[in-house]
Ligand binder design. Structure first.
Ligand code: ZN
Length: 278
């Protein structure tokens, strides 16, 4: 096994998203992560499809794995009010799932639908979150709004800048609501440093997701890079969130056809090495 880098105390805060090692099922991922010294796993809904929440919980517990987040809920935006109501109900079930697998938070990709003004859609997002906040509170599951890069504004997220997420947090004003800062989605933002500081003042920095932006990017969804293989100043952004008071998990979230095609244990070893460098 690896040596000094593996014993680094910083690795206490390393978590990996199940989507990162998609070819592994939940149990194998839990065992492999634990054996490699990675104690955090953010669980994608797709990774537990068809499993009972109690079985998910015991699988993770037995491996000694903690769960920063269930990923992902949200998708509040639809022109039909009935459909928006259905989606809020779906999120209620996701909050229950998060509680049952001992996830600290539910990540919200807030959604977007083509043809509606983004400002109106952000109102739907606020309505959705306000409808869920009591559920979040009673289940002790925090809600983390994840701003997505503007290339996804048409159909995945009407919240694209940290400022949009921060304004929503200020409007709802609830300690259960905060922000997931993903370097892939936010690195380009000229206001990033200031917005991270403002989110910190609101106690709203809930999560920090890392990967890298490949140049060129060959696919807008499934070509994320391993830390160090792209242009993002990950270390600089990490210093910003830490200066703003964040002390939670560093979550590695990489969707990559290239890396999924590799030996996943080798990939995990590379993640651990690169994490130590950033
Ligand atoms: Zn993310």
């Amino acid at each position: 096994m690896q040596s000094d880098a593996m014993e680094s105390p910083a690795r206490d805060r390393l978590a990996v998203h199940t989507i990162t090692t998609k070819p592994w099922g939940l149990a194998e991922a839990a065992d492999r992560y634990a054996a490699s010294g990675v104690s955090g796993m953010s669980v994608w809904v797709e990774a537990i499809e068809g499993m009972k929440n109690a079985d998910v919980h015991s699988t993770l517990q037995n491996a000694g794995i903690q769960v920063p987040a269930l990923v992902r809920g949200g998708f509040f935006c639809d022109s039909s009010a009935d459909e928006r109501e259905r989606r809020i109900d779906h999120n209620r079930r996701l909050i229950e799932t998060a509680a049952e697998i001992s996830a600290e938070m539910l990540v919200l990709v807030v959604g977007a639908t083509p043809g509606e003004p983004l400002e109106r859609q952000r109102g739907w997002v606020r309505d959705g979150i306000e409808a869920l906040i009591e559920d979040a509170n009673s289940h002790n599951v925090r809600l983390a709004i994840e701003p997505l890069h503007p290339m996804y504004a048409a159909d995945k997220s009407c919240i694209n800048r940290m400022a949009d997420a921060r304004v929503l947090c200020e409007a709802v004003r609830n300690p259960m609501l905060g922000i997931a800062v993903d370097v892939y989605h936010t690195w380009w933002d000229p206001d990033l440093d200031d917005e991270i500081r403002r989110a910190g003042l609101l106690d709203a920095l809930f999560a920090f997701h890392i990967c890298d932006w490949r140049v060129p990017t060959r696919d807008l969804l499934t070509d994320r890079g391993l830390m160090g293989d792209g242009c993002i100043d990950i270390r600089g952004i990490r210093q910003m969130v830490e200066a703003a008071g964040f002390s939670g998990w560093n979550e590695v979230e990489i969707f990559s056809e290239e890396h999924w095609a590799r030996d996943q244990q080798q990939f995990l070893n590379d993640i651990i090495t690169r994490y130590a460098d950033c």
